[in-house]
Design a protein around this ligand. Structure first.
Ligand code: AFP
Length: 312
C-alpha cells in the first residue's frame, strides 16, 4: 500500500514523494514511541554546520538517504552530511533537513523534515547552488498531534494529513491560502539585545498593539521548530523572523538557505504569503555554500512588506 496516492502529484515526481511519505511514516512511529524506544535526543556528535547532532537526526538522515536513491534521487544534500552524496542515476537533486527542531525531540513538541527538489545538473554541488526559484518542488513533513505534509510543485501549496489508521497521507487542502492579516508574530525574543534596529522597530510596533501604529493587538509565539511555526502561519497567518544579529556566527541568522529557507519560502509564496531576507525575495537569491545561513522573514504579505519598509 503506497504511503500516498498519485493524485495531485506530478507523475515523474511521484516515486520521490511516495518515498518521502513512506519514510515519514516510519520516522513518525519512532518519534511517537519516544522514551519507550531507544534514546532519540541523546547527543551523538556535531554536524558540518557545528550544530549538535541528536540520535534521531542521524536515524532520520539514514532512513531518507536509503529510501531516496531507488526513488530517483541522484544527488542528496543533507544538513547531517558534509558533502553531496550521489545515490544513483536518477533525475533529481534533493536537499533535506531530515529532522528539524531537534531541541524539541525530548519535550514532545512538533518537529519535522524539510525537503527541496531540483532537476539534477551535471555537477553535484551545482545542482543546489542555484537560484531558489529553480526548485521544482518543496515541502515538509510535520510530526505532531497530526503527522502531515505540506508540498508545492509550483502551482499552489497542498496539505496532506496521514490517517493514523491506514498510515496513508490523504489530501486535506488542495490550495492553502495564508490570511492577508496577521494576529501573531514569531521571533526568539531572548536575543532582543542583539537585534538590528529595523527588527526592534517591527517588534515594538507589534508590541504597541491597538494603541500603536498598527492599530491592533498581536500575540507572540515562539516554538523553536521552524516546521511548527511554518505550519501555523500557513494555516492561520502570522510573521516569522530569524534575521542576522550581533551574536558571533549569527551575522546571517541561524537557518540554512538550501534545505530550510528556500523550501519554506516556496511553500509560503505559493500560498499567497511573502518570504524575504528582510527586503529581497528569497526566491530571487542563490545559495553560495551548501550549509550557508540565510536571514529569513516570512508570513502575511502586508507584515513582511512592513518589515521591508522599516529595513529601509
Ligand atoms: P534545531 O534543529 O537545532 O533544534 O534548530 C531548529 C531551528 O533550526 C529551527 O527549527 C528553529 O526555528 C530555530 O532553529 C530555533 O532557533 P533558536 O533555538 O535560536 O530559537
Amino acid at each position: 500500500m503506497p504511503a500516498i496516492a498519485p493524485d495531485h502529484i506530478p507523475e515523474r515526481l511521484y516515486p520521490v514523494i511516495e518515498a518521502l511519505c513512506a519514510t515519514g511514516v516510519d520516522v513518525a512511529r519512532t518519534i511517537a514511541r519516544g522514551p519507550l524506544g531507544q534514546s532519540l535526543a541523546e547527543g551523538v556528535g556535531e554536524n558540518t554546520g557545528g550544530d549538535q547532532q541528536k540520535a534521531l537526526d542521524v536515524m532520520a538522515d539514514e532512513a531518507f538517504e536509503k529510501a531516496l536513491g531507488p526513488a530517483g534521487v541522484k544527488f542528496y544534500a543533507s544538513e547531517e552530511q558534509e558533502g553531496v552524496l550521489t545515490l544513483g542515476d536518477g533525475a533529481f537533486a534533493l536537499a533535506i533537513d531530515p529532522l528539524d527542531g531537534s531541541s524539541n525531540i525530548d519535550v514532545n513538541v512538533s518537529i519535522g523534515t524539510i525537503f527541496s527538489i531540483f532537476e539534477a545538473e551535471d555537477g553535484a554541488e551545482e545542482s543546489f547552488l542555484r537560484p531558489a526559484s529553480e526548485q521544482i518542488a518543496a515541502g515538509y513533513i510535520i510530526y505532531g498531534p497530526q503527522t502531515g505534509m505540506a508540498v508545492s510543485f509550483g502551482d499552489g501549496t497542498l496539505m496532506f494529513v496521514m490517517d493514523p489508521e491506514t498510515r496513508v497521507f490523504e489530501l486535506a487542502e488542495a490550495r492553502m491560502a495564508i490570511p492577508a492579516a496577521a494576529k501573531e508574530y514569531s521571533i526568539n525574543a531572548g536575543y532582543r539585545r542583539h537585534w538590528p534596529d529595523w527588527v526592534k522597530s517591527f517588534v515594538e510596533e507589534c508590541e504597541a498593539g491597538k494603541e500603536g501604529p498598527r492599530g491592533k493587538d498581536y500575540s507572540f509565539r515562539w516554538v523553536a521548530s521552524l516546521v511548527a511555526e511554518t505550519h501555523r502561519i500557513l494555516t492561520r497567518g502570522g510573521t516569522f523572523l530569524y534575521t542576522g544579529d550581533a551574536r558571533p556566527a549569527y551575522a546571517e541568522g541561524r537557518l540554512r538557505m538550501v534545505y530550510e529557507v528556500a523550501p519554506m519560502a516556496m511553500l509560503i509564496e505559493q500560498a499567497g504569503g511573502m518570504a524575504t531576507d528582510g527586503k529581497r525575495p528569497i526566491l530571487s537569491l542563490t545559495a553560495e555554500k551548501l550549509h550557508g545561513k540565510q536571514p529569513f522573514v516570512f508570513g502575511c504579505r502586508d507584515e513582511v512588506e512592513r518589515v521591508a519598509e522599516l529595513h529601509g
